[in-house]
Ligand binder design. Structure first.
Ligand SMILES: [Zn+2]
Length: 312
């Protein structure tokens, strides 16, 4: 869509990129501003990434591109600086670009100030605002911007993304599944110790009947709990796929498929489904500040009962 806008040469004065955190709004906003000012392309299409203009934009010191935010409160002074920026002719590029990242954090005063500039934009000015949704900025601002929605990507696309960025890592599939189609969320998966967390979750699905539940719950650190539950969800989901004889492509942890096949002997389809539900519920109650250790203990006791008598 953005390439099409660039090629058409009909660049609007304001865009509103909307979508979840991690969907790539800021990254695309920066690429777009770079492409708008690339010195190499005679017809606008994409940034060459090698001309002086592109290199300066990549380093964040292009004189015609101003990036504001993210900030807990985008204040009027910052918007005034943006308006001043677009008030001058471009120094070396084609457009004076302002990136307003997380525009939902604008104060009312700042939004009113911006509105004046959006109503009568200078010829060569381009504003790119990012926000979770069009409804999270004042309607008067949203209505003056061309909306560019960043929807969830397909599983295949996120998988291609994780494989490119984390080549050879055994958790690329699990990360792609966990991301819900949001590439930046898949990155988080690698930043936290998900491999360690998955090993702990694997202990639960493989050996719940003999597990020292109290000791296990006590040994689970505060930071570890959320990745552990995420991984447990992912493993139980795979057990459901195995029990339901689902498609190969639905597998979230293909690198440990053998171990999950073996573990599936203790998990009927129904048991795995109920366990999955219970784990999701536990994740929610912990996020609502329930006693973390107690919630994990209760969950594991339920899982033991489910795996034990099959729950057929
Ligand atoms: Zn260039």
């Amino acid at each position: 869509m953005l390439r099409g806008i660039l090629r058409s040469g009909r660049v609007a004065h304001a865009y509103l990129f909307t979508g979840a955190d991690g969907a790539g709004k800021s990254a695309f906003a920066r690429e777009f501003s770079k492409a708008l000012n690339c010195a190499e392309s005679h017809v606008l299409s994409d940034a060459c990434d090698s001309c002086g203009s592109c290199l300066r934009a990549s380093r964040g010191n292009h004189p015609d591109i101003l990036e504001i935010g993210p900030d807990p409160h985008l204040r009027m002074e910052q918007v005034k600086a943006a308006i001043k920026h677009v008030g001058y002719k471009p120094l070396e590029g084609r457009f004076k670009v302002v990136l307003l990242l997380h525009a939902e954090a604008m104060t009312d005063q700042a939004a009113n100030c911006l509105l004046k500039s959006l109503e009568e934009p200078p010829d060569f000015s381009v504003f790119v605002l990012t926000a979770p949704s069009a409804g999270s900025v004042p309607p008067t601002v949203a209505s003056r911007c061309q909306p560019i929605p960043f929807n969830a990507c397909t599983l295949e696309d996120v998988l291609a993304y994780t494989r490119e960025r984390h080549a050879g890592h055994p958790m690329c599939e699990a990360a792609a599944f966990w991301s819900g189609g949001i590439p930046g969320r898949a990155d988080l998966f690698f930043e936290r110790d998900y491999l360690g967390a998955r090993n702990k979750a694997l202990v639960v699905v493989e050996r719940i009947s003999e597990l020292d539940i109290m000791g296990f719950a006590e040994g689970l650190g505060k930071e570890e709990t959320s990745p552990f539950l995420d991984c447990l969800v992912s493993l139980l989901r795979d057990l459901v796929v195995i029990a339901a004889r689902g498609r190969e492509g639905l597998f979230g942890n293909p690198d440990i498929r053998d171990r999950l096949e073996a573990a599936s002997a203790s998990w009927s389809l129904r048991a795995a489904l109920v366990a999955l539900e219970e784990t999701l519920r536990t994740r929610t109650v912990i996020s609502l500040n329930a006693n973390r250790r107690l919630a994990v203990e209760v969950l594991l006791l339920k899982l033991r009962a489910l795996a034990g008598d099959g729950y057929n």
